[in-house]
Design a protein. Structure first.
Length: 479
C-alpha cells in the first residue's frame, strides 16, 4: 500500500486526501488549524458568507422602490440619510464563524470516513531520502510531542497568510487583516481599505453595502488591475455611485492608531483618517521553517514552491499544491493540483493542469466571472480572437429585476468560431460563467452555443445572444 503524507489541510490537501484514500492509499493529513485551511476558516467561506448578507442589503437598497416594494414601518425614504434596513454585524460574524467551523468539521469527517488519518500538528520534511525512496515527515504537536511518519510520497499544501507592511502592522482591533474582520462586533463607521485587488475590492464593496463609509486606497490606475478592464470600469463606477471614496494612484506608506481611530499616510504625504483600516496587500506563502529547501524543494524568490503541471517539486517524491505554489490563488485550482498529484503518484490517468480552462469569480456586487483567454491576451497578441460585449441593460430579465450594471463578453477564434474565453459581469456571475466554461473546455463553437436553447426570460439568454452576434460577424468576415 502506498503511504502518502499530506502537510496542510486546505483544498489542495483535503481533496488530495479524498482521492488518495479512494484509490487505496494509506493517507495521513497533518494540519495545525483544522481541515479546510484558510479557504474554509478565514478566507473563502467566511468572506462569501459575509458578502451574502451584503448582497441582500444592496439588492434591497438599490431596487426596492423601483420594484414597487412598500416599507410600511415609517422607515425614511431611500433618498434621506437614514437607511431602509440595517445590519447587526456581531450576529453576521457569529454566523460566519459558525458556518466556517461546521464546514471544517464536515471535511474532517469526510476524510476520516474515507479512511484517512488526521493529525493536529505541524509537519517538517526531513532532508534525507531513504534508500527505498521514502521520505520522513516529523509531526510536532501542540504539547511538544513528536511523531515520525514514513511516506512514499509527500504533498505540501500549506497555503499562505496575509502579507504585512512594516509600518502598518495589524493589531486586531483597528488595523486589521482579512482574517481578523470576523472578530468585529460593531460595524466600522469609516473603513479604509488598503489594496484594490480581489480581496480589497470584495471587502470594500461588502462593507459599503453593510453601511460603513468606505475609502478604497489603490496604488494602481483602477480597481482590480488584474481583471478584465471593461469589468473593472463597471465595478469602479458602481462603487463611486454608491458613495465609496475610491483613491486611485495612491500608495499607502504607513498606518497607525490615532485616538479612537486610524490614520493612513500615503506615499505622497497626504493622510486620511477613519475608524478602522483593512490591509489587503497580498499574501505570503507558508513555506518557511519546514525543511523544504534542505530536502531539495526549489523555492522561487517569492518563497513559492516551484512545481510542474503534475504538481511535482524539484525533490523526488515531493509534490505541492495550492497557494504555497503561487500558480493561481483559487480554491478550485488548489484542489485540482492536489488531485492531479495523487493521480500521478498512484499511477492513475492524469491530465496536466491547464489554467486556460479555469473559471474564476470576484464576489463583488455585481460579480465578475472569467474563464479562458482574456482581453489582455487579445490586446497583447498572445491569441488572435474576436470579441463581442453585450450590456445586460438589453436583457429582459435584467430589466424585470432592476439590474442596471453588467455585461456578457465572449472571445472566439476568427476562423473556426471556437469559444476561447468569456467574461460575465452580473449578479450571480459565478453561476452564469459555467456554460461558457463548458464551451471553452470542450472547444465548442459560437454557433453551437448560439443554437442551444435558453430559458426566456433569463440572464443566460445574453450568453446565447452574444454567441449569435459573434457567429454573424464570423460568417460575414467582420473583425
Amino acid at each position: 500500500m502506498t503511504r502518502i503524507v499530506i502537510i496542510g489541510g486546505g483544498p489542495g490537501g483535503y481533496e488530495a486526501a479524498l482521492v488518495a484514500a479512494q484509490l487505496g492509499a494509506e493517507v495521513t493529513v497533518v494540519d495545525s488549524d483544522g481541515l479546510g485551511g484558510a479557504s474554509v476558516l478565514t478566507d473563502c467561506v467566511p468572506s462569501k458568507t459575509l458578502i451574502a448578507t451584503a448582497e441582500v442589503m444592496t439588492t434591497f437598497d438599490s431596487s426596492y422602490e423601483e420594484l414597487g416594494i412598500i416599507v410600511a414601518d415609517d422607515t425614511p425614504h431611500v433618498d434621506q440619510p437614514a437607511r431602509v434596513v440595517g445590519v447587526d454585524l456581531g450576529k453576521v460574524n457569529r454566523r460566519v464563524k459558525r458556518l466556517a467551523l461546521a464546514q471544517s468539521h464536515d471535511i474532517t469527517a469526510s476524510v476520516t470516513r474515507a479512511g484517512g488519518r488526521v493529525l493536529r500538528g505541524r509537519g517538517r520534511l526531513e532532508p534525507q531520502q531513504a534508500p527505498d525512496g521514502s521520505r520522513t515527515v516529523t509531526v510536532r504537536f501542540a504539547d511538544g510531542a513528536e511523531e515520525a511518519l514514513t511516506a512514499d510520497a509527500v504533498l505540501v499544501a500549506t497555503g499562505a497568510h496575509p502579507r504585512e507592511l512594516p509600518d502598518a502592522l495589524p493589531d486586531g482591533e483597528r488595523i486589521l487583516n482579512w482574517t481578523q474582520l470576523y472578530d468585529l462586533d460593531e460595524l466600522p463607521e469609516e473603513l479604509i481599505v488598503v489594496g484594490s485587488g480581489v480581496t480589497g475590492a470584495e471587502f470594500a464593496g461588502a462593507y459599503q453595502a453593510l453601511g460603513s463609509r468606505v475609502t478604497l486606497v489603490s496604488s494602481r490606475d483602477r480597481v482590480l488591475p488584474g481583471e478584465d478592464p471593461d469589468a473593472a470600469v463597471v465595478l469602479e463606477d458602481v462603487f463611486r455611485r454608491r458613495g465609496m471614496n475610491v483613491m486611485s494612484r495612491s500608495r499607502a506608506a504607513a498606518v497607525k492608531r490615532a485616538g479612537a481611530g486610524v490614520e493612513v499616510r500615503l506615499a505622497d504625504g497626504r493622510t486620511i483618517t477613519g475608524s478602522h483600516c483593512l490591509m489587503a496587500v497580498g499574501a505570503v506563502p507558508n513555506t518557511g521553517g519546514m525543511g523544504l529547501e534542505e530536502a531539495g524543494v526549489v523555492l522561487k524568490e517569492s518563497g513559492h514552491i516551484r512545481t510542474d503541471r503534475v504538481s511535482r517539486t524539484g525533490a523526488p517524491g515531493v509534490y505541492a499544491a495550492g497557494d504555497c505554489t503561487g500558480v493561481l490563488a483559487l480554491a478550485s485550482v488548489a484542489a485540482m493540483q492536489g488531485r492531479i498529484a495523487m493521480y500521478h503518484i498512484l499511477g492513475d490517468a492524469v491530465a496536466p493542469l491547464n489554467l486556460k480552462t479555469v473559471s474564476a469569480n470576484v464576489f463583488t456586487d455585481p460579480e465578475i466571472a472569467t474563464v479562458g483567454y482574456t482581453q489582455a491576451d487579445v490586446d497583447s497578441g498572445r491569441i488572435d480572437a474576436r470579441a463581442v460585449k453585450l450590456p445586460l441593460l438589453r436583457n429582459p430579465r435584467a430589466k424585470m429585476q432592476g439590474i442596471r450594471d453588467g455585461f456578457v463578453k465572449l472571445f472566439c477564434r476568427p476562423g473556426t468560431g471556437i469559444v476561447v474565453g468569456g467574461v460575465v459581469v452580473a449578479p450571480r456571475a459565478s453561476e452564469l460563467i459555467h456554460p461558457i466554461s463548458l464551451a471553452v473546455d470542450n472547444s465548442l463553437t459560437v454557433e453551437q452555443v448560439a443554437n442551444t436553447f435558453t430559458v426566456y426570460p433569463s440572464l443566460s439568454g445574453s450568453i446565447a445572444e452574444v454567441a449569435r452576434q459573434l457567429h454573424t460577424r464570423k460568417s460575414l468576415g467582420e473583425g
